[in-house]
Design a protein around this ligand. Structure first.
Ligand code: NAD
Length: 325
């Protein structure tokens, strides 16, 4: 485990819950965080990932570092003969992301990116319905991400508010999951129009806290999205897809309303506790990553696949005055 901050808890929990996976070591550049994680898990701790790679020779490395620290760590881990599971986004910059795509595709090792919401029961149900053809012609989609982040969220981990370390704000850090789902469900995005702004955290972060965007998918279907970290509460993400034969409406659970009035629902798994908005599917993605390791195939959410949702925030920044992108 490289990077022992907030999200590492979900990875560590999954590793503990899944059979056949043994945690062998942890690393964090913050010596206190490294020591705490080492003690809590009864494994050696390191403050330099290269020392961990050399000493422990792990089979798999989980990367839970800030965005600008995904690519350098991933490349070192692949070169040390480890498979890699890295948190989203692929990188803070497109140039770094492209460097990793090239390196990964030339490597014998396998690398996956944590877009765990593709494993949500509702996402899988929507994908299956769309692929089945039962919905008829797709008319369009929409999504909202209305979450609450506090000044303390950014002050506690200042990297989250900087272009250099994070590569963006709400879009690249939070809404990227929903951007990824829209593209996965409705097809490759051929055009992006949007606007990002810093409405409420102006003196605390450089990056955006709110954005609206219009995506045109290949074939002409359009999806629209509104996302903000300035909401008062964390509401469930919503996705609506209108099609000829039914409307799919996901907000927590999925409701499928067919043209003849029939209504079906698909319940979502729930994560208990304060961070329920992260979703409950990390463990599913991690299980699948390990289960398919021997297949000889690349992991399906590969660096190349993870480039797609990274390009979209970057295009929105380029269109937004005052955003550096
Ligand atoms: N998939 C999800 O739903 C989800 C949710 C939250 C966060 N994340 C992602 O997880 C990653 C980490 O986010 P977080 O909120 O846990 O951040 P965090 O700041 O809480 O933790 C990051 C940790 O990495 C350490 N670190 C920094 N550079 C390092 C390096 N080179 N080597 C080793 N350790 C290093 C920091 O000291 C810190 O302890 C980000 O990519 C974020 O986008 C994903």
């Amino acid at each position: 485990m490289i990077g022992c901050g907030d999200i590492s808890a979900l990875h560590l929990g999954a590793i503990e819950d899944l059979d056949g996976i043994e945690l062998v070591g942890v690393c964090d550049v913050d010596p206190d965080a490294a020591a705490r994680a080492g003690e809590a898990n009864g494994v050696p701790s390191f403050t330099d990932h290269r020392a961990l790679l050399e000493e422990l020779r792990p089979d798999v490395v989980h990367i839970c570092t800030p965005h600008d620290q995904h690519v350098p760590v991933a490349i070192d881990a692949l070169d040390a003969g480890a498979d890699v599971l890295t948190e989203k986004p692929l990188a803070a910059s497109l140039a770094e992301a492209e460097r990793l795509v090239a390196h990964a595709e030339a490597s014998a090792q396998r690398i996956g990116v944590c877009f765990q919401n593709r494993y949500n029961a509702t996402s899988i149900a929507m994908k299956e319905l769309l692929d089945s053809g039962r919905l008829g012609r797709v008319i369009g989609g929409s999504a909202t991400v209305k979450w609450a982040r506090t000044p303390e969220y950014y002050r506690a981990k200042p990297w989250r508010g900087t272009w250099e370390n994070s590569g963006g704000g709400l879009l690249i850090n939070q809404a990227i999951h929903t951007i990824d789902l829209l593209e996965w469900l409705l097809g490759p995005v051929s055009a992006v129009a949007g606007h990002a702004a810093n409405h409420v955290f102006g003196d605390i972060i450089e990056v955006e806290d709110t954005a609206e965007l219009v995506l045109t998918h290949e074939g002409g279907v359009r999806s629209v999205m509104y996302a903000t970290n300035a909401n008062a509460v964390n509401e469930p993400v919503s996705i609506v897809i209108a099609a000829e034969n039914a409307t799919l409406s996901m907000r927590g659970d999925l409701t499928v309303t067919w043209a003849d009035g029939t209504v079906e629902t698909v319940a979502e798994r729930r994560l208990e506790g304060a961070r329920a908005y992260w979703g409950a599917s990390h463990v599913e993605l991690i299980r699948d990553f390990y289960a398919t390791r021997g297949s000889g195939e690349p992991f399906w959410i590969s660096p190349r696949e993870a480039m797609k949702p990274l390009r979209i925030p970057k295009e929105v920044y380029a269109q937004s005055p005052g955003m550096r992108g």
